[in-house]
Design a protein around this ligand. Sequence first.
Ligand SMILES: Cc1cc2nc3c(=O)[nH]c(=O)nc-3n(C[C@H](O)[C@H](O)[C@H](O)COP(=O)(O)OP(=O)(O)OC[C@H]3O[C@@H](n4cnc5c(N)ncnc54)[C@H](O)[C@@H]3O)c2cc1C
Length: 482
Amino acid sequence: MRGVVWLRRDLRLQDQPALTAACVDCTDVIPLFVFDDPLLGSRQFGSPCVTFMVSCLDEFAGALAARGLAIQWRRGNQIEEVIRFVTDVKADAIYWNRDYEPAAIGRDRKIQQALMARGVAVHTFKDHVVFEAEEIRGSTGDPLQRYSAYRARWWARWHAATPPLLPSPARLLGQRAGAPPPQNALPTAENLGYQTAPLFIKPGEKEAQRRLRWFLDGPVHTYVEGRNLPAIDGTSKLSPHFRFGTLSVRTAVHAALGTLTTGGHRSRRDVLTWVDELIWREFFQQILSAFPQVVSGPFRGKDGLPRPRPAGAEWNRLYAAWSEGQTGYPLVDAGMRQLNQTGWMHNRVRMVVASFLIKDLRIDWQSGERYFMQRLIDADLAANNGNWQWASSTGTDSMPGYRIFNPMLQSRKFDPEGVYIRQYVPELAAVPADRIHAPHLMTQEEQVVTGCHIGIDYPLPIVDHRQAREEYLALGKLKGTR
Ligand SMILES: Cc1cc2nc3c(=O)[nH]c(=O)nc-3n(C[C@H](O)[C@H](O)[C@H](O)COP(=O)(O)OP(=O)(O)OC[C@H]3O[C@@H](n4cnc5c(N)ncnc54)[C@H](O)[C@@H]3O)c2cc1C
């Protein structure tokens, strides 16, 4: 029997349901990847994300080839290309792991119908999450809309029916030596119309496993505090690996919980807090699949929220300052420059810059969401949309008068010595810690001594935070609490 494994967000060998099932069922397994020209042409993603994807695919193709499987690739419209390929190679079956983005659900449905009509068996699998939306429901059977309730159900389900890890497919694949060599080299980012970006997070399955081991051997055990400090390497930086499936999320949860039983004085609270972040990821995945309207609008409506600033010269000026890291608020600027330079930004700082754009500058959250999608190496519709909606108070767990972050207080609290700020805002390198969070308050003399002249070397704040906050609350008729 001949089976095609259509690879998408699952570029790995370990714990790979579609690949494993195909290896069990079929004597002849053909892995296929299709570069979706309409999606790539839409510029929804940027170079870091595309470079990361092609690098992961390249490594995965090598790993498959070493086990006798030659990856095949096509470019074009995914629906047409997949149907054509499966028909051309006269496959009996196709295998893929499910994707929960609304566009992907529609695409997969069309392919499934077309192939089944041609007599091809279609096998799809849960892979990208530990539990799919239907598996975690409220008592009425509806999707849960609050993270805390979702989290409680998630853990209950985990304890009731812990999902096992699949046996390594290496043995199954090992029997297939002698497959033809890969058809031709995979395209580079340039071939796909993007620049090859320097990768500050290394790609590939091996690297994902190495990074997971490194993280679970150390930083996870101080995660509750460490995750808030952008100056240290205190988080896993596994987000692009989860995005492209170079690491299975089940593997990560099992491995993290494994440290509780094998690690001696391991900090339970820290490890569980990290797993909770993976649950946030799944929460937003299920919100996206259950409420696809979030892609184009607010999850909960905009009641009581101020109208965003209208388009025009002022909008352009403020948005440009934000996106270029020239707002005069050092933590915001460091974050945006980190994003622009590396394709990644620390989560605490993502929250601060999102709050600043929406609440201080009153720019619509969709503009921020779009900018992040085009810059992030881990750009992911569910996580990005969910977090931007959370920040704008239009999303789940919304608290309209809250989450107006004070960028100077956040900076004092989470980067007290200004180490992170100095790394990305070098013009503030000589500014002492007690001034670096609000450098515009330096005296003329201090500006001379530090070589940083406000308004010349580093901008004055583009808005006054206190005033902007009051305006936001007044325009929305909201009661602020912090
Ligand atoms: C405005 C905004 C936009 C965001 N956009 C994205 C995005 O496009 N892609 C993305 O993967 N994450 C996004 N996040 C969530 C979060 O910032 C990143 O997942 C995290 O910083 C990745 O670093 P890490 O792997 O070291 O995380 P860790 O702290 O090690 O967390 C482990 C994993 O949990 C998941 N996770 C952690 N925090 C969140 C969260 N708040 N929401 C959903 N999943 C989470 C990620 O998969 C992450 O890799 C966004 C957050 C904000 C505030």
